[in-house]
Structures are given as C-alpha cells and as structure tokens.
Write a protein that binds this ligand. Structure first.
Ligand code: OXD
Ligand code: MN
Length: 582
C-alpha cells in the first residue's frame, strides 16, 4: 500500500461517493491476479479458453452497445471552451463534476471497488508517470495488469514521483445515454462511467497516456504522441529507431512488428511500441522515446500469420480476447484468421453462428490484450528507462492518389505542417461512405487534451529545443492505379521504404526535390524481387500538380476551423501553394 497522503485522501473521498460493499487493493501479485481470474470465471464475465492450446487466455464479451471508443461522449473539461479547442467536446468542469457526481454516487453499492496503482512507462524512468485507477470491473483489473506495470511497484514509484493521475471508472449499468469519458486536464483527473469497453475504461491508455499526457507534456516540455516505435537493425547489427503515426486502418501494428522480405536478409525490425510514444529531448540534443504501455491492445480481425505473424504469436498465451468468436474446441477465431471459417461457433455476442450466416462472427473491433514481452520481436530496449533515440518521425495515411509512396519534409516546421494535414480515405471497414477524406492531424485528433492550435505550436516549440532533431517523412502504402489496383505490395516490403528513410537520415541516399518535399528516385530504393512496372513506379512517386492544388484548398478549409493556428503553419501552406504554382 501507500503512505502518500494525497493518494489516501483521494481514495477515501472516492470511496465515500461510490459507497462500495468491499474494497480491494491490487498488489499485482500472481496470486491475486489468479484469484481474480478465477472469480471472473465463476461470475461468468471471463470465459476460460482451452488451456493447452491457449494457456492463461480468457475471453470476454462486452454489451452490444459498448464495443468501441465513443468520441461523441468524450470530453476535455478544461477551464474554458477555448482551452479545449475546436476538436474536443467541452463542458464547464464544475457542471460536469456535478453531473457525474450524481451518476457516481452510490454507483458501487453491492459491488467491489478495486484500487489499481499503475505506472505508465518503465519503473524508475524520468519519462514515467504514476496513475491510480479505481474501478468496479475485474476485466479492467486483468487488462490493466497486461497493459501497465501495476501493483506494489507503482506505490514505490509514487513515493519517488509524489504525484499521480486520478482515474475513476464505474461500469454502472452500461447505459449509452449516460456514458461519459471525461478528462479534467487541470486536475490531472479522468472520470469514466457507463462503459466497460477497452479504450473507454483502461484509463491508462488513450485517456491518460494521450489526452492527459499531451497536456502534461505541453506544460512540462515533452510530447505524448499516437505513435509506434520500432528499431531497425542492419546486417552489421546497428539499430536505428523511428516513430510513426498513422490513422486507424493503416497497418500501424503490422508496421511495428514488420518481418522483412527475403531479399532483405540480415535486416530485422524490433518492436518498442505499437500505439503510443512519450518523447523527450535527451542530454545529447536528440529526441528520445519510450512506450508507456506494457501490452498491446490490438484489433483481432485481419490478424494472421500472413499479415502479422509476430502479433499472432504474442497472443498465444496470457491474453484476454474481447468480442472475438468462440469455436467449439474453446479456441478463438475472427474474420481474416489463419484457420478457415468454422462451420459452427458462438459469435461475439455468444449467439449460435454458422458459416452461412450473413453477420460477422467476431466484432470488427474485437481485440486482444497481450503482454508486450511475449512478442517474438520485442526490443531489448523495451524496459530501458532512458528510452531509445529517434532518427526519423513518419506520418502516413491512406490516399489513393494524392501522396506518393514516401517523401521527406524540407525541415522540422515543414514536417509539422505535413503532420497537421494528415488524412486518410475511409475504407469499407468503417461505417459510412468509402473514399471520403478524413483529416486526422498527427493521428491525434481524438486524443489531443487541449486546443489543437496550441498543440501544433508545442510541436514547433519542441523543434527549437531539439538541437539534433529527427527528420520527418510521410508515407502512403495505399496509392492506387487509375483502375483501382494497389501499386505497392505493403506489409514486409514497407521495409524498403524504411531503409531509404534511414539512409536519408544518415545523408547516404539521394533524393529529388519536389514542391511537396524530397522524393526518392526508383533507383534509390532496394527493388530486387519487386514486380512493379515502369508506369506503376512513375505513378507511385508522382506529385500531380492539380491534385495537390486541390489538397491545398482542402487544407485551407481544415485550417479555417482552427482558432489558434500558429503563423508558422499558415506560412507553410502559403509556401506549398507558391511552390506548386511556380
Ligand atoms: C486504438 C485506437 O485502439 O487508436 O489504438 O483506436
Ligand atoms: Mn491507437
């Protein structure tokens, strides 16, 4: 336990409001975790899987109305609406506390209150932060045990750090009308009620490690970003690190765990993180990164040994599956799994399902929660409290025509501009029309805990503090030909692009200057084993002036919606337009 007075007082205050029947302090011991797994199984919230094929694995189903993050019910309750900015829902914090206090009062009557101390980041790292999550859900405790370093180790960290993020969650009755995921940045506090789904209730992840952390980072001079971190080892054994931000459905987890094609024998990718990076300027003037999480909360459908063998292997033990299908032999299945479609199984809601059903067996947003340490390509630096030095930052999106396969920004501020305009075209995987351009600056739109304009300004300020900054790139694995075919094979072959990026960082690769940035020539990439025609190469690396002038028009529209856009970015836009018109 802890003798931290602030923590004890907060816990007492919450307990008085929640009025639980029982209080359990989570110590993180195997004994306690195993007892909670057993209790979850007895209560029916956790379903044991075949313990020979999937040792330590469990299945959980959430309510049908509670299967994803809910952005329209997520609030940043800064002091003023302007501080929250145009990309966030806002309510006056006093009003929101009053509203939620009513919902939380006596909400744990007849239930158990679990107190979970946790660390985001490796123990004893200058990057790391402590949180305490109060919850009534065993599912949350078991997931937090995978996704964070939790239990007594966090009380030790708290005695050094002194401060912590206050995280409160109650499942209540999972009423979508009264569902609230609320950040109070100035109070370092998160309140979440009426959901039991991952991103809404594992408060260390999006709520803390992105929304609250981005706010803390702005005030303390560091950055919390929605980025994977990977190390790329060359045949000589040297490893260089890159971080990368992509909107959803762009293969971020796959890139983080990439397996190079056979033509690139001797190269290897090491995973440091698949979702979130905390970045600080190191004593050497470089940007250093840690992954604040301890596990992967990945989308199951589409994960196979072809698309991401390392992710699949990571989930073979000690994993919690949420909303996947349950086969008759007590193993799991999802659309895009290696194994063929089962003739019969239980679908994600536990209903009888047969292969002629028109509905999906697994929910499209079904997930695995798996310990990062089980990943076959986990980096040896994963637990390094100092983090890893970042050579390149990559932004990306899914664009059929606009962006070429890869290009490099002219400098830091131009890179910030590229990140601020990030976009992706919708796929059939999401509801709504296909091919619509959605802007998602730095893939952070739903996760910036303050005004988006101030967030861009913080990026620009950070650039001034990093004497040896990473170079910034943009990639697009999804360029299409006029007849709608993907021009680039993607997956493992993306390694070829990563190698050009690293060579650029070391001044080893050539490039041509274009109005949008530096582009590789085809001969600058390792192309052995690729079957791409000359015409397709031209298309892959093309910058079409008319398409880009339309892009400029769209960016003007985007920027018009930002009340605090830094002048530097307005200048970048003007300069791009001028270069295109030259
Ligand atoms: C995630 C997300 O779950 O970005 O990582 O939605
Ligand atoms: Mn994410």
């Amino acid at each position: 336990m802890t003798d931290n007075k602030k923590a004890l007082a907060w816990i007492e205050e919450m307990k008085a409001m929640l009025n639980p029947d029982k209080v359990v302090w989570i110590d993180g011991s195997d004994e306690q975790i195993n007892a909670l797994k057993k209790q979850g199984i007895e209560e029916g919230t956790m379903i044991p899987l075949d313990q020979e094929k999937l040792p330590g694995c469990l299945l959980h189903r959430t309510a049908a109305n509670d299967v994803a993050r809910v952005e329209d019910r997520t609030f940043i309750c800064a002091k003023t609406k302007e501080e929250a900015g145009p990309t966030n829902n806002w309510m006056d914090p006093k009003e929101m506390y009053a509203k939620l206090t009513k919902l939380f009062t006596n909400s744990m009557k007849g239930r158990t209150m679990y107190i979970i101390p946790f660390i985001m980041g490796p123990a004893k790292s200058p990057f790391s932060k402590v949180g305490i999550e109060i919850t009534d859900s065993i599912y949350v405790v078991l997931n937090m045990n995978i996704m964070t370093r939790m239990g007594n180790i966090a009380w030790e960290e708290l005695s050094e750090k002194g401060d912590f993020t206050k995280c409160l969650h109650c499942t209540a009755d999972v009423n979508p009308e009264e569902r609230y995921i609320v950040q109070f940045p100035e109070d370092n506090t998160i309140w979440s009620i009426n959901s039991a789904y991952g991103g809404n209730v594992l408060l260390g992840k999006k709520c803390f490690a992105l929304r609250i952390a981005s706010f803390l980072g702005k005030n303390e001079g560091w950055m919390a970003e929605h980025m994977l971190i990977l190390g790329l080892q060359n045949p000589k054994g040297d490893i260089k690190y890159v971080s990368a931000a992509f909107p959803s459905a762009c293969g971020k987890t796959n890139l983080a765990m990439l397996i190079p094609p056979k033509e690139l024998e001797g190269y290897k990718v090491w995973t440091v993180g698949d979702d979130i990076a905390w970045l600080r300027v190191g004593p050497d003037g470089r940007l250093w990164a840690i992954n604040p999480e301890a596990g992967f909360f990945g989308v199951a459908p589409g994960t196979s040994s072809k698309t991401n063998k390392n992710a699949l292997l990571t989930t073979m033990s000690n994993t919690i599956f949420t909303n996947v299908a349950l086969r008759d032999d007590n193993t799991v299945w999802w659309e895009g799994h290696d194994d063929e479609t089962p003739a019969h199984c239980l679908d994600w809601q536990g209903r009888e399902w047969t292969s002629d059903s028109a509905e999906k067996a697994a929910h499209p947003n079904s997930r695995f929660t798996a310990p990062a340490k089980q990943c076959p390509c986990i980096s040896s630096e994963f637990e390094n409290p100092a983090g890893v030095p970042i050579s390149a930052i990559i932004f990306g999106g899914r664009r059929a025509k606009t962006a070429p396969l890869v290009y490099q920004s002219f400098d830091w501020n131009h890179g910030v501009f590229i990140g601020s305009t990030m976009a992706s075209e919708t796929t059939a995987a999401a509801a709504g029309a296909v091919g619509v351009v959605r802007r998602d600056p730095m893939a952070m739109k739903p996760f910036i805990g303050y005004n988006v304009g101030d967030y861009f300004a913080h990026w620009i300020e950070m650039g001034k503090k990093i004497s040896n900054p990473p170079k910034i790139f943009n990639t697009n694995w999804f360029r299409k030909s006029d007849d709608g075919k993907f021009l680039w094979p993607g997956f493992g072959d993306n390694m070829r692009v990563l190698l050009w990026i690293l060579d650029r960082c070391e001044g080893k690769a050539d490039a041509v200057e274009s109005p949008i940035g530096y582009l590789p020539k085809r001969e600058d990439l390792i192309t052995d084993g690729l079957d791409i025609s000359d015409a397709d190469w031209e298309e892959l690396l093309k910058v079409d002036k008319e398409v880009w002038l339309d892009e400029v028009r769209q960016i003007k529209e985007l920027y018009a919606g930002f009340d605090r856009l830094p002048a530097e970015l307005a200048e970048q836009l003007k300069a791009l337009e001028a270069r295109l018109n030259k």
